[in-house]
Write a protein that binds this ligand. Structure first.
Ligand SMILES: Nc1ncnc2c1ncn2[C@@H]1O[C@H](COP(=O)(O)OP(=O)(O)OP(=O)(O)O)[C@@H](O)[C@H]1O
Ligand SMILES: [Mg+2]
Length: 325
């Protein structure tokens, strides 16, 4: 199985942190989400309490974690960060919740990975701020209510469909979809990152990188850094020609697609006559997991309009055929 295109994961979380916006006006785009979240925060501050629980969902690298950090910093609150995979047992959740400083933002990333058992334990904590702890076993077992410090849960997920209905309904502060970014927003992000990194990039270069960034801020920053490295090594200025030259080496084309994306499109065209192709058959022909195909390759190809999802399977569009040539 080949790995996902490396521009998707970027240079990793550590590098994300360096360019992560810490002020609202550095957080580009997503205007409606920002406005709504700020109302929830400002109202809570005026009431002197904590906002209700918030849920952010959208593809990888579009700013969910960044937004969670902004929520906490605007509230002047501590942020405790964990993830759905890390909370395995009831005791893990109980330990986290009971140890929170009052007024903490609890960030649970990949919240769709919580088990049903943990979810059920979380419900009373979200609704009325207590945990139901079962003491003893068998007929003599009894449940005690343990009051918890006040907290706001901020959940994030790339897979909204995998979140259970009951859990979804408990985000009283709102559920917000973060979408792919426009070219213009990406250019703003790249311009700011370039100035932070001390990279002297021409407007053409910024436009060029934006077009190859898969509508995703993390990819944009990652590509900018790779182009910077290339320019350093080759001692050439960062202009559009250099970006194109570097991207040939990186295996990234004018749309930001990699050989894996092209393999997907070619498999759909050659192996399935352009579809409709079922996701399992398609994935198997690519020697990939259906999950990877659906969540790594398809979102951006759909966004480009190169493929479509139909009830009978995936279809290569005329735009997709044109791209393949
Ligand atoms: N709206 C934005 N404005 C400026 N930069 C952004 C924005 N959103 C994201 N970024 C940049 O992209 C990087 C990745 O964003 P972030 O880690 O918040 O994405 P995510 O949605 O949490 O991704 P994942 O699903 O992989 O956890 C950030 O460190 C930041 O540099
Ligand atoms: Mg994140």
């Amino acid at each position: 199985m080949s790995s996902a295109p490396d521009t998707l994961s970027g240079d990793g979380q550590l590098q994300d942190a360096a360019l992560r916006p810490t002020e609202w006006d550095e957080y580009v785009g997503q205007a409606q989400v920002k406005a709504n979240v700020r109302v929830a925060i400002d109202a809570a501050k005026k009431r002197g309490g904590m906002p209700e629980h918030l849920l952010f969902y959208g593809p990888p690298g579009v700013g969910k974690t960044t937004l969670a950090y902004l929520v906490a910093s605007t509230l002047g609150a501590n942020l405790k960060s964990t993830s759905g995979v890390a909370i395995e047992r009831a005791a893990d959740l109980a330990a986290i919740l009971t140890n929170l400083e009052p007024g903490t933002v609890l960030f649970i990333d990949e919240i769709h990975r919580l088990s049903r058992k943990i979810e059920e334990l979380l419900y009373p904590a979200l609704e009325s701020g207590h945990l139901d702890i079962v003491l003893g076993k068998g007929p003599s077992a009894r449940t005690v209510e343990l009051a918890l410090p006040a907290f706001t849960l901020v959940g994030a997920t790339t897979r909204m469909a995998e979140l259970s209905g009951p859990l979804r309904s408990r985000f009283g502060g709102g559920t917000f979809q973060l979408d792919f970014y426009s070219d213009r927003d990406l250019r703003d992000i790249i311009r700011r990152s370039a100035s932070r990194l001390g990279v002297d990039a021409t407007d053409d270069a910024i436009e060029n990188i934006a077009a190859k960034s898969r509508a995703t801020p993390r990819v944009a920053n990652s590509l900018l850094k790779r182009v910077r490295d290339y320019s350093l090594v080759h001692e050439k200025p960062v202009d559009a020609a250099l970006c194109d030259e570097a991207c040939i080496l990186f295996g990234i084309d004018a749309h930001g697609l990699t050989k894996d994306d092209r393999r997907y499109l070619e498999t759909l065209r050659e192996g399935f006559r352009g579809g409709p192709a079922g996701i399992r058959a398609l994935a198997s022909a690519m020697h990939e997991e259906p999950d990877t195909v659906e969540h790594v390759y398809e979102p951006y190809l759909l966004r480009l309009g190169f493929i479509e999802r139909s009830p009978r399977g995936r279809i290569l569009t005329s735009k997709g055929r044109e791209y393949l040539g």
